[in-house]
Design a protein around this ligand. Structure first.
Ligand code: FMN
Length: 185
């Protein structure tokens, strides 16, 4: 099953539109609309609880459901607009919640993380008002996926320069959809 992690806040999100076109072609998927989920930053209390669960290998606790869902997905699609050089904070909070050692990764004897996730590919869909700079958005997710989660392949699908004066945003989004679906732009 493909897991669609949607961090697009706007109702008319163009990032979500591109991701949905791709997902419709890929087949069945489960959507996690992050802005509507009860996903919160870890606190001293919730972190202690999680540490205790992980130490006791109680992976079936509801608190770890997002981590389990992420680890079990066959493919992962993330939609995240380019915000402040990165992505919406709800996606970072989600990552903080799923990064459970013992479920998505384990540390080897050498201290190097070994991924436990089943997905063979993670596709990151984004749009940007100006030029898309991947360093702290796609670059960060790619590094986590490949180095920590064991997801071997990552791919970026983007539409950029959507908000600059004179841009035909509609056309740029449609071109990104064509590219995502494997056609010539
Ligand atoms: C809070 C916020 C921060 C943004 N930061 C950037 C930015 O750093 N660089 C940029 O090029 N565009 C930035 N933009 C513009 C968005 O990347 C652009 O409008 C994008 O297409 C929005 O995606 P959406 O249609 O899926 O909501 C920002 C927009 C918002 C609302």
């Amino acid at each position: 099953m493909t897991l669609y992690i949607n961090s697009c806040v706007r109702k008319d999100s163009r990032t979500n539109r591109i991701a949905k076109a791709l997902l419709d072609k890929m087949g069945e998927y489960t959507e996690l609309f992050l802005p509507a989920e009860d996903i919160r930053p870890l606190t001293e209390e919730t972190l202690s609880k999680r540490d205790a669960l992980l130490a006791a290998a109680k992976y079936d606790d509801p608190m770890l459901r997002y981590a389990r869902q992420f680890a079990e997905a066959d493919k992962i699609v993330i939609a995240a607009p380019f915000w402040d050089g990165s992505f919406p904070s709800v996606l970072k909070v989600y990552i903080e919640n799923i990064y459970a050692v013992g479920i998505v990764t384990v540390y080897g004897a050498d201290g190097v993380p070994q991924g436990l996730c089943k997905a063979d590919e993670l596709i990151y869909v984004t749009t940007a008002g100006g030029e898309y700079i991947p360093d702290f958005g796609y670059g960060y997710i790619k590094a986590l996926a490949e180095n920590c989660f064991g997801i071997k392949r990552t791919r970026l699908i983007k539409a950029e320069m959507l908000d600059i004066i004179g841009a035909d945003a509609e056309q740029l989004v449609n071109e990104a959809i064509t590219t995502a679906l494997g056609g010539a732009p």
